[in-house]
Ligand binder design. Structure first.
Ligand code: PMP
Length: 284
C-alpha cells in the first residue's frame, strides 16, 4: 500500500511524496553525525493529540541544536492534516524529523537548508497485557545529552535492547547518582503514601507526563521533584507515560517487586481518567 510523507530537502521546496520516492542525501548530517531532532505525536479519533505542546517542544529542541524549522506552525498543521487524509490509517503516529541537512565538511551545515520530514505511520498499539499485568524495568546509569531536547540520539536505548529483552523488561530506566531520571522512551511517576511524584530535572518533559500531571491534580497531591532509587523501590505504585504508551503500570524494577507486584488502584484510576480524557479529546 502506498503511503505518503512530506519532505523538504536542501535547496528544494517541500512537497508531499510517496514514501517510496522520499530520499535524503547520503551526506545528510542527520545520518553522518546523528545531528537532528524529532517529535512523535499520535492521533485519537484521527486528530493529532496535543499538537500545540508537541510543536512547542519541537521549537525548543530545534533551538537547542541551532536548527531552523522551515515551515510555520500553521503550515505544519495543514501538512499533517493533508497527510492524515491521504494516508487513511484508522489511527496514526506522526513523526516530524529535522536535521541540519547536507553537511559541508562533515561537521558543519547550512542553517538555511535543513532536511525536514513529516512521516505518517499506522499507530503501533502496545499489547493489552502491559496495561492489565504491568511491566518490568531494568535500570541503567545514564543521562541523555541535551536532556530537554528530543534529539535523534537513542544510542544507549537501542544498544541496551538485547539486555532488556533478556531480562524480559519493557523499558530501561535511566538513573544518575542514585536518582531516577526517565526511561529510554518514557517518563516515570511514583505513588507514595497517596502522593504522586515525578522527576523534573535532566529529563525530556513529556507531553503525556504534563497531561497526566494536570489530570491527576484534581484527585491527588502532585509534586515534581527529585526521586531517589530508594523512594522508587519503596513506592506503593509506579508507572511510565509516553505518547505511544499512555500510562503503563510498572510492577517490577531490577527484579524487585513494586508494592504488591500488581497494578495498583491509583494507577488504574489515572489510566481510566486518561482514557476518558482521550475519548473526549477534540482540540489541540
Ligand atoms: N523521555 C524520552 C527520552 C522519550 O523519548 C519520550 C518519548 N517521546 C518521553 C520521555 C515521553 O514523552 P511524550 O510523552 O511526549 O511522548
Amino acid at each position: 500500500m502506498t503511503s505518503y510523507c512530506y519532505l523538504n530537502l536542501s535547496g528544494q521546496d517541500g512537497k508531499i511524496v510517496s514514501t517510496n520516492d522520499a530520499h535524503i542525501s547520503i551526506s545528510d548530517i542527520g545520518l553522518l553525525r546523528g545531528y537532528g531532532v524529532f517529535e512523535l505525536l499520535r492521533t485519537y479519533h484521527g486528530k493529532p493529540f496535543h499538537f500545540k505542546e508537541h510543536y512547542k517542544r519541537f521549537v525548543a529542541s530545534a533551538k537547542a541544536l541551532g536548527l531552523r524549522i522551515p515551515v510555520s506552525e500553521n503550515t505544519l498543521k495543514s501538512i499533517i492534516k493533508t497527510l492524515l487524509v491521504k494516508n487513511k490509517f484508522p489511527e496514526s503516529n506522526i513523526r516530524i524529523v529535522l536535521t541540519g541537512g547536507k553537511t559541508i565538511n562533515g561537521m558543519e551545515f547550512d542553517k538555511k537548508n535543513p532536511t525536514f520530514i513529516v512521516l505518517i505511520e499506522p499507530l503501533h498499539e502496545m499489547p493489552k497485557s502491559v496495561y492489565t499485568k504491568g511491566v518490568k524495568l531494568i535500570t541503567h546509569q545514564y543521562q541523555r545529552e541535551f536532556p530537554r531536547a528530543k534529539t535523534l540520539n537513542y544510542l544507549t536505548a537501542v544498544s541496551l535492547g538485547e539486555k532488556r529483552k533478556k531480562a524480559k523488561a519493557f523499558e530501561v530506566l535511566y538513573t544518575k547518582e542514585g536518582n531516577v531520571l526517565e526511561a529510554s522512551t518514557s517518563n516515570i511517576f511514583i505513588f507514595r503514601k497517596g502522593k504522586l511524584s515525578t522527576p523534573k530535572d535532566d529529563i525530556l518533559i513529556g507531553v503525556t507526563r504534563n497531561c497526566v500531571l494536570t489530570l491527576a491534580q484534581s484527585a491527588y497531591d502532585v509534586d515534581e521533584k527529585t526521586i531517589s532509587m530508594k523512594d522508587l523501590l519503596s513506592a506503593d505504585e509506579v508507572f511510565i507515560t509516553a505518547t505511544n504508551k499512555a500510562i503503563i503500570p510498572v510492577v517490577q524494577i531490577d527484579g524487585k517487586k513494586i508494592g504488591s507486584g500488581k497494578v495498583g488502584k491509583h494507577t488504574r484510576y489515572l489510566m481510566d481518567m486518561f482514557a476518558h480524557y482521550t475519548l473526549h479529546y477534540t482540540h489541540d
